[in-house]
Design a protein around this ligand. Structure first.
Ligand SMILES: NC(=O)c1ccc[n+]([C@@H]2O[C@H](COP(=O)([O-])OP(=O)(O)OC[C@H]3O[C@@H](n4cnc5c(N)ncnc54)[C@H](OP(=O)(O)O)[C@@H]3O)[C@@H](O)[C@H]2O)c1
Length: 269
């Protein structure tokens, strides 16, 4: 199986890279399970996906109101979604259960949810520090621990984690964010070795990508040495560039494990 028919779970799927990846993979025949905190965003992405491949009338569907997740949609043939906060282990487990209940299996987990506050450590609030670690690091670990038994049982699977070039070209103001992303990079390599011959592990490092992630960053949060908001907007590239990289990794034969991909704007310094 390449992309067509695969069941792909994506966190942070309501916007940016996650949404672009979901739509690209759906266009190539994958079945998608979308997670994120904003139900309206997930619903919009699901509607676009099901509209593309099974007709707009299937985009709706019943909201089954999962107790722990606050909402999920299992209406369309090729896409389901559930409100998911990756800081909550139970939410991540519930998202994976949704994939299995709805489609009978899960082939790929794209752990893509992420948050960043660009500022020197001493000016970050405790909440901002916790959030960057809880979402970017612990949220990914929750995905790994929940999905690994499923992949073992199925005899295969694929972890894709969205990390960052922040962890490759390390600059002031991104200490906690880059640290959390690099922790995921480290975990990915050990996971690759532990997972054995049938489970693939891919860490994708986007550079500056034009999403809400970049768009919402206030100029005054950029410390010296970090590109300003305006500079970021100028060089940032479309989220579809990262989506294509993720699709490339998933599309490889089962015995080909693409472990690291870096996708930067050519103009990024
Ligand atoms: N844009 C860039 O320049 C860039 C560069 C390098 C790496 N990245 C990484 O790429 C990934 C995707 O970011 P993006 O650029 O596509 O920005 P984005 O549009 O802001 O996407 C981030 C997604 O994460 C979700 N999210 C945040 N906290 C969450 C939580 N606690 N539980 C579940 N979902 C949560 C958000 O949805 P809700 O708010 O609805 O939950 C949102 O859909 C992130 O991991 C980011 O670190 C981005």
């Amino acid at each position: 199986m390449s992309i067509a028919g695969k069941v792909v779970v994506i966190t942070g799927a309501g916007s940016g890279i996650g949404a672009a990846t979901a739509e690209l993979l759906a266009g190539q025949g994958a079945r998608l399970v979308l997670g994120g905190r904003r139900a309206d965003r997930l619903e919009q992405v699901a509607a676009r996906i099901s509209g593309e491949s099974v007709g707009a009338e299937n985009a709706g569907g019943e909201n089954t109101g999962a107790e722990n997740a606050g909402g999920e949609n299992t209406g369309a043939e090729n896409v389901a979604w559930a409100v998911t906060d990756v800081r909550r282990r139970e939410d991540v487990k519930a998202l994976i259960s949704l994939a299995r209940n709805r489609f009978g299996r899960m082939d790929v987990l794209v752990s893509n949810a992420g948050v960043a506050t660009v500022a020197p450590i001493e000016t970050l609030t405790d909440e901002q520090v916790d959030d960057m670690i809880d979402v970017n690091l612990k949220g990914v670990v929750y995905g790994i621990t929940a999905a690994l038994p499923v992949f073992r049982e199925q005899g295969g699977g694929h972890f894709v984690q969205t990390v960052s070039t922040s962890g490759l070209r390390i600059v002031a103001g991104q200490a906690i964010y880059a640290g959390a992303k690099n922790a995921v990079r480290t975990i990915s390599e050990a996971l690759r070795q532990e997972a054995g011959p049938s489970i693939r592990v891919t860490a994708v490092s986007p550079g500056m990508i034009r999403t809400e992630f970049v768009g919402e960053r206030p100029p005054e949060s950029n410390p010296d040495g970090v590109a300003t908001w305006d500079q970021v907007q100028e060089v940032a590239i479309d989220a579809s560039a990262v989506a294509r990289a993720i699709a490339f990794a998933i599309d490889q034969p089962d015995d080909v494990d693409v472990n690291e991909i870096v996708v930067r704007p050519t103009a990024q310094g």
